[in-house]
Design a protein around this ligand. Structure first.
Ligand SMILES: NC(=O)c1ccc[n+]([C@@H]2O[C@H](COP(=O)([O-])OP(=O)(O)OC[C@H]3O[C@@H](n4cnc5c(N)ncnc54)[C@H](OP(=O)(O)O)[C@@H]3O)[C@@H](O)[C@H]2O)c1
Length: 292
């Protein structure tokens, strides 16, 4: 086994993630506003903090308004940016219409769709179909509506970015995660297709597939499910993953964490293999469906 793989298996980072330091590029390519859907804690809050540090104003969306207001005060004081809090349930059918209304004339150059964890985690039949429908809407309809509305404006401007936070569960079915896995697969396939359509028009698309991350939701879930060492088990940190994703935003369509980090220089990563697949399938399909 290579040294890289040994280190990876032992849980030792194989590549240091340098802090993000590229204000001019971020403001030019993704300014003036970033919209972070699911910003009140965990990965989404880490995105807001790091994007504010790059000088982007932030639209912070989630249900917990108190947490959003506190994050707004923090990033405005620390980075001199503006923030707007939008209290919105992203599983509502009109979520995107309400976000567009709240956003008004602000120019949104970057959308991070981070909400999407499975609050139920149960076998399929042990949760009501009505409850699954909420997860389905948040992880499919709202992802589609937001990508369409904000992506369309970015394409008109010829610049911007869309980052969809996903999961390894998108790569295949998982026991007790049927609806989560299915909806994350929707987001992954949509994101990869949009990358293929938008990559030459100045709009970046990245699917960030993560395995397990130290977020309040993950810790609470592990505790609720009586997982031993739920609160102390070492897990990858949201800040590191967010920093890596923002560095790789122009290198879509898919970043798989931590696997892509474990690949020695010169070898193809799982993420780069997915890029090859999207390109070759798009070329193959063009023979039958056109290349327009
Ligand atoms: N943590 C992990 O180990 C892990 C692993 C794989 C993938 N992921 C992915 O990473 C992303 C973030 O996960 P997370 O662990 O931080 O948990 P999460 O429960 O998805 O929470 C993330 C954010 O989304 C917001 N949110 C959740 N449901 C919402 C709703 N219906 N409407 C509006 N906002 C909502 C939460 O705030 P409010 O509660 O205030 O609304 C929070 O700000 C998800 O897409 C998840 O699938 C996480």
């Amino acid at each position: 086994m290579s040294l890289h793989k040994e280190r990876f298996r032992a849980g030792i980072p194989v590549r240091r993630i340098n802090r993000l330091d590229d204000k001019p590029t971020f403001q030019l390519r993704y300014g003036n506003w970033a919209l972070i859907a699911g910003a009140s804690h965990g990965i989404g809050a880490a995105f807001a903090r790091q994007l504010a540090a790059q000088g982007l104003n932030c639209i912070l969306v989630a249900r917990n308004e108190t947490a959003l207001e506190s994050l707004k005060a923090e990033i405005e004081a620390q980075h001199g940016v503006q923030a707007l809090c939008v209290k919105q349930d992203l599983s509502a059918t009109d979520a995107t219409a309400r976000l567009l209304e709240a956003t008004g004339t602000r120019q949104v150059g970057l959308v991070i769709y981070n909400a999407g964890g499975d609050p139920f985690i149960s076998q399929f039949l042990n949760t009501d179909a009505e409850q699954w429908m909420k997860l389905l809407r948040m992880n499919t309809q709202t992802v589609m509506d937001i990508s369409h509305a904000f992506g369309g404006r970015m394409i008109e401007r010829g610049r911007g970015g869309l980052l969809l936070v996903g999961s390894h569960a998108a790569l295949g079915g998982v026991r007790k995660l049927g609806m989560y896995s299915a909806t994350k697969a929707f987001s992954l396939n949509l994101g990869e297709s949009l990358w293929a359509e938008w990559k030459d028009q100045g709009v970046d698309v990245l699917n960030l597939l993560v395995s397990t991350v130290d977020t309040p939701t993950m810790r609470e879930t592990m505790q609720r499910l009586n997982i031993p060492n739920a609160m102390t088990m070492p897990l990858p940190q949201a800040d590191d993953i967010v920093c890596l994703a923002l560095q790789q935003l122009r290198n879509g369509p898919t970043l798989i964490h931590p696997e892509d980090l474990a690949v020695p220089a010169g070898e193809a990563s799982p993420g780069s293999l997915r890029r090859d697949h999207v390109i070759s399938k798009s070329t193959e399909a063009a023979q039958f469906i056109g290349n327009d």
